[in-house]
Structure formats: structure tokens, C-alpha cells
Design a protein around this ligand. Structure first.
Ligand SMILES: Cc1ncc(C[n+]2csc(CCOP(=O)(O)OP(=O)(O)O)c2C)c(N)n1
Ligand code: SF4
Length: 273
């Protein structure tokens, strides 16, 4: 397994930029293991990312990679998938990237149900730019732009994805790295828009300001606050208040966009004959 991960890294791009204790490497490792388990041909595998600490992951990977602009990873990925539907496309985004500047691309990719697998690194903050709040920063947490505690409510990204039309929605934490890998595999197998939220630690820009300890302590916090979908079903909303529900959260059937588009192209070609 470790050899597989190492063989899929661009050695010349290392060392990586991530801080000690950052969870981004765990998500990257889960993604690579998933790609190997899926048996994807590296030449037909595309990893697209936006801008942020987490989005740097694409550059370390020895697949076809595209490090795009902040918030626009899904727009680039949509173009790639429409032009070359036979490719397997993964999209890596930070929580800010996916739900703030990229929020509109996110809901519309879900609405179209385009066959992309989005992995969202949710560290609750804008890591790269020094710790501004994102739409996923929990209420009362401290950030550089909310020094007295954040006032806005956070999105539930899984609910947002589901409401907008995604056909596979799941969540894991970096403590549950094996589960995260399994969910990415299942998401990639879904013919449609799949969203996997990876709860990950940013000890530097989020943990320190909120006195959550180092990377290890933040990992243990994930362990202590995660409940499975099965456990959650037996809990009251009150009991679930500070918990993270992990596992497969939603699955549905709906027409997939590139397939519908291809059908239209074929129909029009037939008419011209
Ligand atoms: C159009 C644009 N606006 C703002 C920025 C500055 N910027 C770079 S990364 C980033 C936020 C990163 O946060 P997130 O997407 O959550 O990823 P993380 O760094 O936490 O992994 C911002 C605002 C930019 N690069 N481009
Ligand atoms: S600032 Fe946060 S997200 Fe960025 S590399 Fe450091 S720990 Fe990771």
C-alpha cells in the first residue's frame, strides 16, 4: 500500500509545503489508495484542484493533474469531463474553495449530476491565507476575521450537496482514513456527481487560535466526536449536536449529464444523415 502511494507521487515536487500535523497528507494518501483499488489507468485519471493548502495535493500526484484557480476547479473539471467522458476525474477542493468562491459551481455540478468525484478537505478555515473564516467555520470559533468568535452558521456540506442534486454524498475524518478511502472508491463508482467530505485538521490556522492542540490532539478529537450513520440513527438531535456523522450519507439515481449530452449529440447526428 505504502509503495503504491509513493509510486504515485511526483518525487521531484517533494518535500510538500504542509505544516507538521496537517491532515492534508492523510486525504491525499486515501485518494491514491482509492485510485489504486479502483484499478484506474493513471493515463486516464485526472485530478483537478483549486487554490489553497489542500489544493496543492494535485501537484504532488503523478496522474494528469490540473491546479486551477481559486473556486474554479469544478468548472475546469466539467470541461474536461464533457470533452473526454471516458476519463475518471477527481476534484480536490478546500472548504473555502468549494463553498465560498466556488459555491455556485458546486451547487450546479450537483444539479447537473455530472460524473465527477469531489473530495472536499474541510479544515473549517482558509488555511493558505492565514485563517479567515469559511462557510464551514463553526459558530463561535475564532478566526483572524472573527477574533471574538464567528457569528454565522456553517453550511452542512452534505445536506447542501444532497439538496442541490448530488447522487452520492459521504463523510469521513482523517482519523478514519480507511473509511475515507472506501468512500472515495464508492463515490468514484457512482455514475454521477459524488461528494466526499473529509474532515481534516489545520493545527496552524485553526487549531492554535481555538486551543485545540496539535495535529495529533486534533485527530483524537475527530475520533471522539465521530459517530457512524448507524449510531446516529439512534441518537436525538440534542445528542448529535457536537458530533460528526461519518459514512455513506446519501445515494440516489438520476440521469448523468455527460451521458445525456452524448445522447443529444448522437440524436442530432442521426437527424443530419
Ligand atoms: C480569486 C481569488 N481570490 C482569493 C484568493 C486567495 N486565496 C487563496 S487560497 C484561499 C483560501 C483557501 O482556503 P480553502 O479553500 O479552505 O483551502 P485550505 O487552504 O484551507 O486548504 C484564498 C482566499 C485567490 N487565490 N484567488
Ligand atoms: S496552514 Fe493549515 S491547512 Fe495549511 S498546511 Fe498548515 S496546517 Fe495544513
Amino acid at each position: 500500500m505504502l509503495n503504491q502511494v509513493v509510486s504515485s507521487l511526483r518525487q521531484e515536487r517533494l518535500p510538500h509545503i504542509w505544516c507538521p500535523g496537517c491532515g492534508n497528507g492523510i486525504v491525499l494518501s486515501a485518494l491514491v489508495k482509492a485510485i489504486h483499488e479502483l484499478g484506474c489507468d493513471p493515463d486516464k485519471t485526472v485530478v483537478v484542484s483549486g487554490i489553497g493548502c489542500s489544493s496543492r495535493a494535485a501537484g504532488y500526484l503523478d496522474f494528469n493533474t490540473l491546479h486551477t484557480t481559486h473556486g474554479r476547479a469544478l468548472a475546469f473539471a466539467t470541461g474536461i469531463k464533457l470533452a473526454r467522458p471516458e476519463l475518471t476525474v477527481f476534484v480536490l477542493m478546500g472548504d473555502g474553495d468549494a463553498t465560498a468562491i466556488g459555491g455556485n459551481h458546486f451547487i450546479h455540478a450537483a444539479r447537473r449530476n455530472i460524473d465527477l468525484t469531489a473530495v472536499i478537505f474541510n479544515n473549517s478555515i482558509y488555511g493558505m491565507t492565514g485563517g479567515q473564516y469559511s462557510p464551514l467555520t463553526p459558530v463561535q470559533k475564532r478566526t483572524t476575521t472573527a477574533p471574538y468568535g464567528h457569528l454565522e452558521r456553517a453550511f452542512d456540506i452534505a445536506e447542501l450537496a444532497r439538496g442541490a442534486g448530488a447522487t452520492y454524498v459521504a463523510r469521513a475524518t482523517t482519523y478514519h482514513a480507511g473509511l475515507l478511502k472506501n468512500l472515495i472508491v464508492a463515490g468514484a463508482r457512482n455514475k454521477g456527481f459524488s461528494v466526499i467530505e473529509a474532515i481534516t485538521a489545520c493545527p496552524t490556522a485553526y487549531g492554535r487560535r481555538n486551543k485545540l492542540g496539535n495535529g495529533l490532539q486534533m485527530l483524537l478529537w475527530q475520533r471522539d466526536h465521530a459517530v457512524t450513520v448507524k449510531q446516529a440513527a439512534k441518537m436525538s438531535p440534542e445528542e448529535l449536536r457536537d458530533k460528526i456523522v461519518i459514512g455513506e450519507l446519501y445515494r440516489a439515481e438520476a440521469p448523468e449529464f455527460t451521458a445525456t449530452y452524448e445522447e443529444l449529440v448522437a440524436r442530432l447526428a442521426q437527424k443530419e444523415k
